[in-house]
Design a protein around this ligand. Structure first.
Ligand code: G
Ligand code: G
Ligand code: MN
Length: 523
């Protein structure tokens, strides 16, 4: 039975409260770790690029200054070339060319050779006056990378500088060393100069995060691959900082949830205690048959007076009982209280007793049994029991509910839709469910303020009820004007403060005695 404790439900709440901070912490620290690694890669790339640009600046300056030496015999300029080549940092050699042939170089003097032979690579066919290319090696130093910077003059002459790759390799090694980076740098789309950090196990792509970047001034591209373990390491570090906090939050959440659950269940306990100590009672509001002016019956309304004398409003404790899965036991308690009151009643046969039924109860397996039991307990009065259902309670399990209602109706119980027009009303209910009454909500009755005022919704509801052959009960009648209006519009029953307020069982019996019924006597 769903009515009482829901331990599984509560355990799930606790688990969610406990896990939520931990999972969120894991998630966000992982994101942060990835970003940290990306930031590191970015910073490393920026530092390396700036150094590569600095070397490029230097190389282009030197080739520029060499231009003035073009067309002069090698023996005249060789000593200057040698000085430049030897004294400029990073440089392997500088030289002069004519028609893409080196005729004078700081490394090999005036011995001639094709530029393509020196760089062991075909010349780029860009047609530009300058170009740069990273190389696996040069004619002089074949197994060490280098970068050539070539400047071509319009008169077939040119000058070049070759920078030794070792500077770049050392720099990449140092910056990427402890982070396990695999770094490559390319000039002009040439040979990728790498820091050669254990390539073998990094080649598997999924194990690395690669960041690529380029220079905005020169054709230099850089690529930095970090092993995934780097992300994990950084994750672990951030976790060490934040996990204790998340654990504290988790404990806090569990504690708060636990106390919330306990408060909830304590409300359940209070309802149970209220029932056990007889704090609930029933008030009965008379319902008038308009045509005859006679008392037709009552609606049972539950009341709760706490042991300290304070009253709990019914809309509050009914809503709480519904939320805490206590509405079924509470309604059963109500039925017992009514049966107890009815034992001393003197009312004519056919007296209507309206009971408000909650959705949960209607869907409960024992609903029909409960109503039958109640009916038997007050059978001596030969009353007509009217079940008052809200539109909301008809929404789910429509077929089963309709079946139960049909069963009870065949045994003489009537069915009313309560507060009609205020719920999630779907007019199809009116056709699919076996119904007897529409109870028009008091808000529509309240709209009757003068005999000539417009009350389009109220009028439409009354007409609709008539077309469907349903009897109409209007609720909340407070003025004679409202009563007259409803009477002239064919409403059968009224209920409201104008006729009578909800009364205790004893007060109801006294009220009946003091109000001689017009027309035929009730007794
Ligand atoms: O008159 P009163 O303030 O009692 O009504 C407040 C609300 O509580 C109304 O909507 C009424 O239908 C509801 N209510 C009163 N008694 C009961 C009851 O016994 N069962 C249910 N389900 N609702 C009730
Ligand atoms: O179950 P239902 O929601 O129909 O409950 C009727 C509610 O209307 C109860 O809270 C009852 O006390 C209230 N009530 C009954 N007659 C009047 C009335 O004339 N005026 C107002 N404002 N409320 C009324
Ligand atoms: Mn009602």
């Amino acid at each position: 039975m769903q009515a009482f404790v829901k331990p599984n439900h509560e355990r799930i709440w606790l688990v969610v409260a406990g896990l939520l901070p931990l999972l969120l912490c894991l998630f966000f620290t992982f994101i942060e770790a990835r970003q940290t690694v990306a930031r590191q890669q970015e910073m490393t790339a920026a530092a390396l690029l700036s150094q590569a640009e600095h070397i490029s600046d230097l190389a282009w300056d030197v080739t520029d200054s060499l231009k003035t030496l073009g067309n002069r015999p090698c023996k005249d300029v060789l000593s200057q070339l040698q000085k430049l080549g030897a004294l400029t940092p990073y440089f392997r050699s500088v030289g002069l060319t004519l028609d893409n042939t080196v005729y004078c170089s700081s490394a090999f003097g005036s011995s001639r050779g094709r530029v393509a032979g020196m760089i062991r690579h075909p010349l780029p066919s860009s047609g530009q006056s300058w170009w740069t290319l990273s190389l696996a090696g040069t004619f002089g130093v074949q197994d060490r990378p280098a970068v050539i910077f070539m400047r071509q003059a319009s008169d077939r002459t040119g000058s070049y500088a070759v920078v030794d790759g070792q500077y770049l390799i050392d720099l990449m090694r140092v910056t990427g060393l402890n982070l396990g980076y695999h770094i490559t740098m390319q000039f002009g789309g040439g040979y990728p100069i790498a820091n050669a950090a254990s390539l073998s196990h990094q080649q598997e792509n999924w194990k690395t995060r690669t960041f690529t970047s380029g220079s905005s001034d020169y054709p230099i591209a850089i690529s930095i691959s970090a092993p995934r373990t780097e992300t994990l390491q950084s994750w672990r570090q951030i976790l060490l900082t934040f996990m204790p906090m998340a654990v504290i939050l988790s404990v806090l959440f569990v504690a708060v949830t636990n106390s919330w659950l306990r408060r909830r269940s304590s409300y359940r306990d209070e309802l149970r205690r209220g029932m056990a100590f007889g704090e609930f009672s029933v008030h009965y509001q008379p319902i008038c048959h308009l045509e005859s002016g006679r008392l037709a019956g009552v609606e049972a309304l539950m009341r709760w007076q706490r042991s300290d004398g304070s009253w709990v409003r019914p809309d509050i404790f009914i809503a709480a009982a519904e939320a805490e899965g206590m509405i079924v036991p509470l309604t059963r308690h109500l039925l017992q209280l009514i049966a107890r009151d009815c034992a001393s009643w003197k009312v004519p046969a056919g007296f209507h007793i309206g009971i408000n039924v909650a959705a949960d109860h209607l869907q409960h397996d024992d609903f029909v049994k409960d109503i039958r039991g109640f009916s038997q307990s007050i059978a001596h009065l030969q009353p007509i029991i009217t079940l008052e259902l809200t539109e909301r309670s008809l929404i789910s399990e429509g077929d089963r509910v309709a079946h139960k209602l049909a069963e009870l109706r065949s045994e003489g119980t009537l069915v009313a839709i309560d507060d009609f027009g205020t719920g999630h009303c779907s007019l199809t209910y009116l056709q699919t469910f076996p119904l007897d009454y529409l109870k028009i909500d008091k808000s529509f009755v309240g709209a009757i303020e003068s005999a000539y005022g417009e009350t389009p919704i109220l009028d439409t509801i009354i007409q609709l009820a008539h077309k469907l052959a349903l009897q109409v009960v209007a609720e909340g009648i407070e003025t004679p004007l409202q009563m007259k209006y409803l009477k002239s519009h064919g409403v059968t029953f009224i209920q409201g403060y104008y006729y009578a307020r909800p009364l205790s069982s004893a007060a109801l019996m006294a009220w009946i005695e003091q109000n001689p019924q017009p027309g035929t006597s009730l007794f």
